[in-house]
Every structure is written in C-alpha cells, then in structure tokens.
Design a binder for this molecule. Sequence first.
Ligand code: ARG
Length: 459
Amino acid sequence: MAQLWGGRFTKETDQLVYNFNASISFDQKFYQQDIKGSIAHATMLGEAGIITKEESEKIVEGLKGILSDVEEGKLEISSKYEDIHSFVEATLIDRIGDTGKKLHTGRSRNDQVALDMRLYTRDEVTALQGLLKELMTTLHNIMKDNLDTYMPGFTHLQKAQPVTFAHHVGAYMEMFKRDYDRLSDIYDRMNYCPLGAGALAGTTYPLDRKMTADLLGFYGPTLNSMDSVSDRDYVIELLSALSTICVHLSRFSEEIIIWNSNEYQFIELDDSYSTGSSIMPQKKNPDIAELVRGKTGRVYGALISILTTMKGIPLAYNKDMQEDKELTFDAIDTVKGCIALFNGMISTMKLNKENMKVSAMKGFTNATDAADYLVKNGVPFRDAHGIIGQLVLYCIDNNKAIEELSIEELQKISPVFKEDIYDAISLKTCVEKRNTIGAPGPEAMKQVIEINEEFLKNI
Ligand code: ARG
C-alpha cells in the first residue's frame, strides 16, 4: 500500500477499505494522458519560475522515460498504488529523487483527474468520429450503387410505398451524420483545460493556466475552479451521444435481421459475419447484428448510471465521481466495437435485389400512386382513396396485384381508368416521379449523394 496522503494518519487503511477506494485497476487506462498532463504542468512550473528550469527539465525527462517504458512493456503499472497518479509520481521520485517531489506543486489529484478524463474522452471522441467516417463511407458507396434497387418502404412493418435501397440506407446516413456532428459539438464544449483549479479553489502559485491549456491543445483554461473539478457534463453528453449512436445501430441491426430472415431474404449476410447452431445444421444466424442491438442496453446503462451518480453531489469534488470511469470506458469500447463490426457486416453482405423488387410489387405499394392517378384525372382525393380501397379488396379476393388487372376489371370499379394507368403505377414510375429533395427519386437522390460526398470530404 503506497499512499500520497499518509502524513496525517496514525493507522494503516483497512485492506478492504483500501481495495474499495483504489482506482488503479481501471484508471491505468489513461496513463498516457496522466503523464502528458504532468509534462505540461512541469513545463509550465519551470517557465513560470515556480520551480527552476533544471528541475522542470529533469522532471519532464523522467516522465518521458516512464511513458516510453510503460509503452514498451519495460515498466509495469503496479496495483500496489492507489491510482495512476500515485503510481506515476512515486515512480518519478524513485527514478529522479527529491526533484520528483516538486511535480505536484500547485496541483491536486482533483484537477489532475479532471484533466486526465477530459484528455482521454477527447481522444476517444476523435477515434469514434474516425470509425463513424468509415461506416458512412461504406453507406455512401452502397447508396451510389443502389439508386434503382427497388424495395418496399414500410410503415407499421407493413408494406407502404416503394423506395430504393439507396434511399433506405440514406436514412441511416443522415442519422450517422448527425451523430458525427454531435460529437464535434461535444468536443468543442469540453475542450477547456481544468488543470490549475487545484483541489477546488485554485492556488496561490502564479500558475500560467493559459500555457498548460495551450500545451495540451485546449482552447483555453476553464473559468471556475470549483466547476472545473466537479464538472462531468462532458461525460454525460458523450454517453448520451453514444446512446444515440446505439439507437441508430440497433434499429439498423433490427432491419438487417429482418431482411436476412428466411421470410424476407432481401439480403444475405456473409458467412464470415454469421454463426451456426450447435444442434440445427441448417442455421446461419445474424449474431453480430443481434449483439450490436443487445449491447445498446449497457451503453444506456452507463448514461443512466452517471446521471444518477452526479445528481446529488454538492460542490466541489466528491469521491462519487470516481464512478465516472469504468462505465465510460466500457461504453466507449463497446460503441467502437459495434461501429467497426457493423461496418464489416454491411460491407460484406449480399443484396438479393430481385427479392426486394418482387416484394415491392406484391404489397400494393403503388396504391397511393393509383389514387394519385385518379386525382390527376379529376377525382377528389377522398373519393379516389375509397375507389382504390375497393380495388385492393378486389385484388386480394382475386389474388392479383393492381397492375395485373385487365383494363375492363379496372374500369368496372372506376371508368376514369385508361390504358396509361399501367405506366403510372409501375414500380419505376412510382419511385422515379418522387423527386422533391429528400425523396427516393434518382434526381433527388443524386443531389443528396453530392451533399454527402462533400460532407465526407470535409470531415
Ligand atoms: N481516483 C480519483 C477519481 O477518480 C482521483 C481523485 C482523487 N481525489 C481525491 N480527493 N481523493 O476521482
């Protein structure tokens, strides 16, 4: 047991208390950020004349050595320390002697951990955006290739109107574009440096907070020291954004599962992204899509957990906040895994375009267009709706699609129908005529694809 704060105590901590309190098992995940933060702090202490330049350089060298030794596996992060901060400081003192004891001048673990967590999550925001970009690039390519891949669009999981596969996938593209932008917003709001806030009330040393903020790539220092050590809004926002990404991945997974089912057969997942059954030899299961859908629960759990942890904490730092780490790390790793696996799954799946088309033709998805035909020929929409309703009933009784009826059959229901009805309700017409921006028609889709192309180029 090695503690930084033993001076005031006459007794050793109870082992169970020590274990309950310690965070090294998980906060070692941000050893890099902890050391980089310390390097910036020591550099600033030297520049500001709070310690000598020589001392500052010696500390920085020592810290760099610790960083590279951990990275190269020459130095193991030992669990005999309470947290990563204690480990780094003790190792530094061990290596460079008493000068190392000056590193913590004008700093508290409260602003230190606030800094480490910000640096860590900031790096992860960028990594998540990189993965989202890869996923969006896959979707973009699928869209470009499938402008005339017809499929039924659904409401209530009932066939509604025909769309294209490009259009359906394009809906998810919009969701992931918003997810990407949401992460950029979070980055911008969180990118202020809490270092220098001390335990809660700043310090009496003439710290140059702007310098440490600059050295660490922040826009500037945070403006209230009590807020700086107790703010975890950026964690809440990040977990909320991750939860939203999960909503999107989960809905998409659900559709993949439906499309891949024996009943639909719109797509076929690649063998490399499917699993079998131990008893049923015929099975090829969409486990990856199911796992992505399932993992949503633990990410929501992390969000609810941090919201609950934070809600009753008085200012400023309280140990409750140590609970922000494990769940955030887990949520980040989970979502990164989900995006990468989902991307692999959809870039290898096969589309059964014919099945999609046949399905679109079979479910009266052109009924609205048949009604619109009547409207264009002078029938009020409400009457047209009723006429087509009768027509659909007739088709169901006779097991036919609207376009399979003879002109005589059609005219028996409404004399307004003429030969040009067949062209007006063909799948191709139904899709191609829908060309207002945002609709599935090819002209509209091409404009959106151009916008997406620009988006991907600029991120
Ligand atoms: N492990 C602690 C955390 O994660 C570091 C800060 C400790 N500060 C303190 N006053 N005990 O929050």
